[in-house]
Design a protein around this ligand. Sequence first.
Ligand SMILES: Cc1cc2nc3c(=O)[nH]c(=O)nc-3n(C[C@H](O)[C@H](O)[C@H](O)COP(=O)(O)OP(=O)(O)OC[C@H]3O[C@@H](n4cnc5c(N)ncnc54)[C@H](O)[C@@H]3O)c2cc1C
Length: 495
Amino acid sequence: MGKKIIIIGAGISGLTAGIYARLAGFDAEIYEAHRQAGGNCTGWTRGQYHIDGCIEWVTGSRENSSLHDIWTTTGALTDNTEVYLPEEIVSTIHEGNLYHLHAQIDRMQETFMQLSPEDAPVIKKLIKYIRQKQHIKVPVKKPFDRPDLWELAKLGFHMLKAGMPDRKTSRLSVGEFIAQFKSPVIRRLLSCTIHPDMPSYALFFSLGTRTSGDGGWVQGGSQAFAGRIRQRFEALGGILHLNSEVNEIIIKNGVATGIKRAGDPAEIPADYILPAIDAHTLLYRLLGGRYKSAYFEKRFNHPDKYIISAVTHIALGVHADLSGYPHHLCIEPPQPFVLNGTNITQLNVKTYNHDPAFTTGGRSLITVLLRDTHFDYWKALKERSDEAYRREKERLGAWVIRHLSTVFPPLEDRLEMIDIATPLTFHRYCHTYKGAYMSFLPGARVRQEFHCGRIKGIKNLYLAGQWVAPTGGLPMAAATGKFAVQRICRKERIS
Ligand SMILES: Cc1cc2nc3c(=O)[nH]c(=O)nc-3n(C[C@H](O)[C@H](O)[C@H](O)COP(=O)(O)OP(=O)(O)OC[C@H]3O[C@@H](n4cnc5c(N)ncnc54)[C@H](O)[C@@H]3O)c2cc1C
């Protein structure tokens, strides 16, 4: 019998860790609080509609990208998985005209130049910096703090050859960089691709990925994506316990020796414990606040610098064919929605007609994502009364429908379904801190650092998940699952 690893959490990270653990010969059992696997990578069905709750784009979907290997090893991408690469990354309507951010970089440059010749210097900068990032291979063969030297050398050489953004640009946030454009259309198209408080390089990197043919939309959606990884884990002999919330990690003489489940005093022993959950739950609940982590404390105590980003997700089911509409539309309604004292000014709207997995029979699914950092507000409303929480959701839903109906007229009389998931909903089902959908998003002038995956003073505990590799996202979740197992292999001298 091999040594046993208990993995906490069956999100993409935990499932990936489970697969690499089995491939390395360990017994692997995952304990998951929810009734299904996948964590944030999820979807849910409402009547005739399957609502996708996650994937907009996946880095590593392109075959020769560095992350592709993880997705094929985990079974997330197979030879039969279709990847959809829309020609337009995002579109918007301005003064009655439709404009696009093209995924083909020459077209992007051409349309921006036509749209706003007075922006030529900053357009040239943008295009140059995106091109620099197009072929960067994230070094994921080994943990980030012990990288493969050959991969690292190749990355260094590539960066030297491609060049770097100038000093001034490097210090700007995405929002500050975008503010340099005079054209309101360009500003809007760029602003809905990424959080405005992140450093400008994040904009160049994400557009570099998307314009290089990576970052596609995986057909079948998020639940199917996670389902294939779960299947692979179970096919390799891994054991998945659903509805099994872990309440405590048992530490004896500085060694993690097992877990306890909520409502069950029995200890479940293991040789290694691999939490793939959010760092707050881990430190303050499962470890009872007894172990310090300067890395995480700094982040949890400075949410202004390390943004914990969540979303409110609105799904609309319409009995009409919307296949002629752009797949991702960014809309700025004339009147903002005031949520907890802050203005929501932008609607990121997606349609799913390219994929029959979401609905059929002449129907269409629309989803709207709103950046929402008001977890405490939603929580307080819910605690006041279900009615107060429901009423606020209804007020939000009515605002969205009112403004979307001007763009999607069938919404007026053919709306069949509306479903609103707030950060509180994500917290309830995915058990993440403040309903966060990614981990810490670094502010513009904050150094990007990864966590080493260990907690000082505890042996045989190896961390995985998006919280150890900010900004998070599916590729980081998966990579850290693999890294945690590689660290265990190193300890066990398994090559
Ligand atoms: C609306 C939305 C859109 C997104 N779009 C994209 C995108 O386009 N591209 C991209 O790359 N990423 C995207 N993401 C982010 C991506 O989903 C996450 O980064 C990723 O799924 C995180 O995976 P994880 O395994 O690290 O953590 P999680 O998904 O948080 O998984 C943790 C798991 O642990 C379980 N758990 C927690 N506590 C316990 C406990 N005490 N006991 C047992 N189990 C526990 C949870 O139930 C959960 O299943 C999106 C997310 C959302 C919500």
